[in-house]
Design a protein around this ligand. Structure first.
Ligand SMILES: NC(=O)c1ccc[n+]([C@@H]2O[C@H](COP(=O)([O-])OP(=O)(O)OC[C@H]3O[C@@H](n4cnc5c(N)ncnc54)[C@H](O)[C@@H]3O)[C@@H](O)[C@H]2O)c1
Length: 262
């Protein structure tokens, strides 16, 4: 399987190393990278040489380069700019899922994907349990989904503090507005479950933790469920959890596997 990559920061470089250097997923390589910004020309050249990939500054050329799937690891703006054109031609994995909070945009992408027989892949990122939430939702009676995110205080609040502080307690819609950089997990959970108007979010700044800890609770006529994840950061970008990078690999692998679990 040949991948095209947009965004070569912490996550993108991780994929280039795992797939093109370490051959981590047998038969899967990144064949092309795309960045149309003028300032990126030199960096694209370096990446092209280092990881043996073709570099493109034109989206049409990138999409025509023989790739099967596009992997977005850039940012929300890149998703807004390029996803509609990409999904008309290729499967697209989106990690900057903040772009999908715009329900009209998300619905449009789904429509284009369906019309053109393409898939949108949304990795689970820094959390898990989305299989269960999606199954429970099918009963029509998923009653409550709550996520409590506890992060090192210094990453959330400026002032030095020696006590934990609840800095947000409310609906995902508002959390996404107020903490756009910290809330990918609430968005993917909302998309899988009750939507951002009905998913509850609590964010705690805690001076006594050094990891990002997410605890998810759900309740419905299936029963009750609690899952807690303590994430280690990626060494190359402490703001991103290592599990997020692994979840991208897992999503890509799922396209190849003859067995689907979950
Ligand atoms: N879904 C999740 O759970 C989750 C978790 C962590 C990060 N993310 C998101 O993943 C994305 C990447 O994260 P990262 O840690 O690798 O960030 P990063 O800042 O290390 O890398 C982003 C890269 O994208 C490049 N880029 C920006 N605009 C571009 C454009 N228009 N075209 C091509 N390249 C462009 C930047 O130059 C940079 O190299 C971010 O949007 C982040 O919010 C999602």
């Amino acid at each position: 399987m040949k991948l095209g990559l947009i965004g070569s920061g912490a996550l993108g470089t991780f994929l280039l190393e795992k797939l093109n250097e370490e051959n981590h997923l047998h038969g899967v390589t990144i064949q092309a990278i795309f960045d149309e910004r003028k300032k990126s020309k030199a960096k694209l050249g370096e990446l092209s040489e280092q990881y043996n990939v073709a570099a493109y500054q034109n989206l049409d050329d990138f999409l025509q380069s023989g790739i099967d799937v596009v992997v977005e690891c850039a940012n929300i703006e890149a998703v807004r700019m390029y996803a509609p054109q990409i999904i008309a031609q290729k499967n697209l994995l989106i990690i900057s899922i903040g772009a999908l909070v715009d329900q009209v945009f998300y619905a449009d992408l789904q429509k284009i994907a369906k019309t053109n027989n393409q898939k949108i892949l949304l990795p689970s990122g820094a959390i898990g349990g989305l299989d269960l939430i999606q199954a429970a939702k099918l009963s029509g009676n998923l009653q409550e989904v709550v996520i409590t995110t506890r992060k090192p205080a210094a990453s959330l609040v400026d002032a030095n503090t020696d006590r934990e502080q609840v800095i947000f307690d409310g609906l995902a819609t508002k959390a996404i507005e107020q903490f756009p950089k910290n809330i990918n997990v609430a968005i993917i959970l909302s998309l899988a479950g009750l939507g951002s108007n009905d998913t509850k979010v609590k964010i705690i700044a805690d001076p006594n933790v050094d990891k990002n800890i997410h605890s998810i609770q759900a309740r419905g006529d299936f029963g009750e469920f609690t899952l807690t994840i303590e994430n280690f950061p990626m060494p190359s970008n402490p703001k991103t959890s290592y599990l997020t990078a692994l979840s991208i690999l897992a999503s890509i692998k799922s396209l190849l596997d003859p067995v689907v679990i979950g």
